[in-house]
Design a protein around this ligand. Structure first.
Ligand code: ATP
Length: 356
């Protein structure tokens, strides 16, 4: 059975093998790398951005931070793009550059890495999974396993995934959101909606345009969301305020406007509604045993789960008392690193269970 039990005291030394392993969460916005270091993990984060030639998008010129700096200010023949959109690999060549950069960042020298585990969205197609595995192998890593981000999150969170009673992970990221139910060490149900924090940012831009006749950039919108963000719920949450600067559409001059938590909640509403509908669909399909398990153990992960009022809203609507993970943006990478450090992770039965 697929269970990543904790090592007993006596086994500790044995776990410190010479094998070097790495876990990678391949995200739409951020790629997070976790490298086991004693009992903890060294965490590295890179923006999932590559700079490519406009007339040859497979020709990668810069990756991560360096590419992000080029966003919006690249020469005309260079564009900065994301290799993943809505959780889906858009370009294998670009994803390859990103993965190699991630491995190098975590390992220094790729040849020192024996095993990596890469977390990708649960609804990825078999072609995408194979493509990601192949990229890792081409990079020179001997063993590569691709697993669902939801399963990795549950493992990273230390949930009892091997039990029959069931646990649920609600992962709301930048481009897509997964609702995953896990029992007996595998994924028993999954629902994916291709919405996330990116859509909230876009909606904020639209609302500010409508309300104030001012056009703001996506980065300003995201910053305001992170600063004062909330979702509509019955909970009493303080309506906070912040300011953003944009371009007045009448005068073309810079103009400062105020954004409050309520505006962010309005912008988040279409996304939250879709996520709640997806949770309801999953609950409808679950057996009474699994419903009881997920009632006791549901975690919220992904950056967007940090919006205030979200767990209260979920409880109001579907009656599930979810808890927000303590490290919602790195828990998937930690889970992949835990799997990578487990030699049995590469056994065929585990490979089968790792994705639906
Ligand atoms: N404090 C916060 N409040 C609200 N949203 C936040 C906060 N911090 C980060 N975010 C949002 O979380 C999203 C990024 O989350 P995460 O890194 O989990 O996504 P990802 O893994 O790159 O995306 P995906 O899972 O869709 O591939 C962004 O939309 C970001 O704006």
């Amino acid at each position: 059975m697929f269970s990543f039990r904790k090592k007993e005291e006596g086994e500790k030394e044995e776990s410190k093998t010479v094998t070097s392993t790495l876990g990678i969460d391949l995200g739409t916005l951020n790629t997070v790398i976790a490298k086991p270091s004693g009992d903890k993990f060294d965490i590295y984060k890179i923006p999932s951005v590559v700079a490519v030639k406009k007339d040859d998008p497979s020709y990668v010129l810069a990756v991560g931070e360096e590419a992000k700096k080029m966003l919006g200010r690249t020469p005309e023949d260079i564009v900065a793009v994301r290799p993943l959109r809505k959780g889906v690999v858009e370009s294998v060549a670009q994803a390859e550059a990103l993965i190699i950069h991630a491995i190098e960042m975590g390992a220094g020298d790729i040849s020192e890495i024996e095993r990596i585990v890469i977390g990708i969205p649960g609804n990825a197609s078999e072609v995408e999974r194979n493509a990601v595995e192949e990229i890792g192998r081409r990079a020179g890593v001997k063993y590569v396993l691709v697993i669902s981000e939801g399963l990795a999150a549950a493992i990273g969170e230390g949930l009892p995934i091997a039990e029959a009673s069931g646990t649920m992970v609600i992962d709301i990221g930048a481009g897509s959101s997964d609702i995953v139910v896990i029992s007996l060490g595998g994924i028993t149900d999954i629902e994916t909606v291709r919405v996330g924090g990116d859509d909230i940012d876009e909606n904020i831009v639209e609302l500010v345009k409508e309300k104030h006749n001012v056009e703001i950039g996506l980065h300003e919108a995201e910053r305001a969301k992170i600063e004062v963000g909330m979702v509509h719920s019955k909970a009493e949450i303080e309506n906070e305020k912040t300011t953003v600067i944009g371009k007045c559409m009448e005068t073309n001059k810079p103009k400062e406007v105020e954004i409050d938590s309520k505006l962010v909640a309005d912008a988040a509403e279409p996304v939250i509604t879709k996520v709640i509908d997806a949770i309801s669909k999953v609950l409808e399909r679950l057996s009474p045993e699994l419903i009881s398990g997920v009632y006791k153990r549901t975690i919220l992960v992904g950056g967007t789960s940090l919006l205030r009022g979200l767990k209260e809203r979920i409880y109001d609507e579907v009656g599930i008392p979810a808890e927000v993970s303590e490290d919602p943006m790195t828990v998937v990478a930690k889970g992949t690193a835990i799997v990578a450090a487990e030699p049995r992770a590469l056994e065929p039965e585990v490979r089968l269970k790792a994705m639906k």
